[in-house]
Ligand binder design. Structure first.
Ligand SMILES: Nc1ncnc2c1ncn2[C@@H]1O[C@H](COP(=O)(O)OP(=O)(O)OP(=O)(O)O)[C@@H](O)[C@H]1O
Ligand SMILES: [Mg+2]
Length: 367
């Protein structure tokens, strides 16, 4: 048999091979990190739309793009709060020009009519019985939280079954005028977390239509990178180098408190709501961003703001005095380590911020 001679010698990189892509120009392995763009904080953007590029976001962006280009439907799955929705939305917002996108969010109350309305409203009507993308474009239809719809009496999820019909049979029936409407040039990207907490098990007949990507939980480094970038971006607006430097320490403390809380405060039958995820971490930063940066006079004020937010998000969820004391001691210890603060436990338990005490409704220190 002829041997194939290759003039390029690819050397295997160190570490995890999934952390690399292939540079097709120079035929070498390239770390995903090298492809990520710099993050720029946009003060006008809604907090929920902020995406900090990390090697993971670049990787999933690339995979979703390649799979949909190749004609596959994609299911993005992973534990709750790992960033499935932000990553997919970011791909759609920055998709190439020939791609048109639409977005629907399923919930427990979604009905088949909602899905039909979304398809008819967001796809272009090409002929009476054909829906599709705009001329010369491909449509990517993103269905978020696809496993949320309630089960009916027959244990099926009607909107999911309708979605299956659209993919499987290429369209759906107009139930009023009784004819079949074709859906063309459209690929579906769906996202969902595993069943539990209102999310149901979806019929394999639907999921067999998809190529699944599993998004693993974020590493401590990624969490720090994401939230430090956002907080530093916000503090930079004040042009006070001391404050910007503090962002990193605050995030280290937040991530430590979050990681300690998920291992210390476990859900039990009487405390079934003791479930913390990335979204809680995110809420702490969102709360800090509510305070106008001009009002953050000094390091001490900033630490108080942070203490208030971390208490509102984590401590207020704890139901007995024992847990609350444990949380206060743990967060006090961590804050002493990272923020070199000099307060007693009682001092910072009473810190409170609010927006109801001044005319401008600014979120400021109340006591
Ligand atoms: N790369 C990132 N940049 C900025 N924020 C991020 C990033 N990754 C995750 N987040 C934050 O994490 C939180 C959870 O993200 P997201 O809503 O996308 O999770 P999800 O996986 O869709 O969760 P669910 O299954 O509950 O819908 C959001 O508040 C988001 O701001
Ligand atoms: Mg989501």
């Amino acid at each position: 048999m002829d041997t194939i001679e290759c003039e390029y010698k690819a050397e295997l990189p160190d570490g995890d091979l999934f952390e690399y892509t292939i540079d097709t120009e120079y035929y070498k392995f390239q770390h995903w990190d090298e492809l990520k763009t710099d993050f720029k904080y946009d003060r006008m953007a809604s907090y929920f739309n902020i995406l900090v590029p990390t090697s993971d976001t670049v990787k999933y962006n690339f995979m979703i793009g390649k799979l949909t280009d190749g004609g596959f439907n994609v299911l993005v799955s992973g534990e709750t709060g790992v960033g499935k929705s932000v990553v997919t939305r970011d791909y759609l917002q920055n998709a190439p020009e020939n791609i048109d996108s639409a977005f629907v969010n399923f919930s427990g109350k979604t009905t088949t009519k909602n899905l039909v309305d979304a398809l008819e409203g967001k796809l272009e009507s090409r002929r009476r019985d054909v829906l599709g993308a705009k001329p010369g474009k491909k449509m990517i239809f993103f269905v978020d939280d696809v496993n949320m719809p309630q089960l009916d009496a027959g244990k099926a999820q009607p909107p999911c079954e309708l979605l299956r019909q659209v993919i499987d049979q290429g369209g759906f029936y107009d139930t009023k005028k009784l004819f079949f409407k074709k859906v063309q040039d459209t690929k579906f990207v769906t996202a969902c977390a595993p069943p539990g907490g209102g999310r149901n098990e979806v019929s394999p007949r639907l999921f067999r239509q998809f190529t699944m990507l599993w998004v693993p939980s974020l590493s401590t480094q990624s969490m720090r990178l994401i939230f430090t970038s956002i907080l530093r971006g916000y503090f930079d607006l004040k042009e006070d180098p001391g404050l910007s430097l503090q962002a990193e320490d605050i995030i280290k403390a937040t991530v430590d408190i979050y990681e300690n809380s998920i291992t210390t405060f476990l859900p039990t039958p009487s405390k079934c709501h003791y479930t913390f995820n990335l979204r809680d971490l995110s809420k702490v930063i969102q709360g800090m961003l509510m305070c106008p940066y001009d009002d953050i006079e000094n390091k001490d004020y900033c630490t108080k703001l942070f203490a208030c937010e971390i208490f509102r998000v984590f401590r207020d969820r704890l139901v007995d005095e024992d847990d609350r004391r444990k949380f206060s001691e743990m967060s006090h210890r961590i804050m002493e380590t990272h923020l070199s603060m000099d307060w007693s436990l009682e001092d910072f338990e009473t810190v409170i911020f609010g927006d109801y005490d001044n005319q401008r409704r600014n979120y400021v220190l109340l006591g």
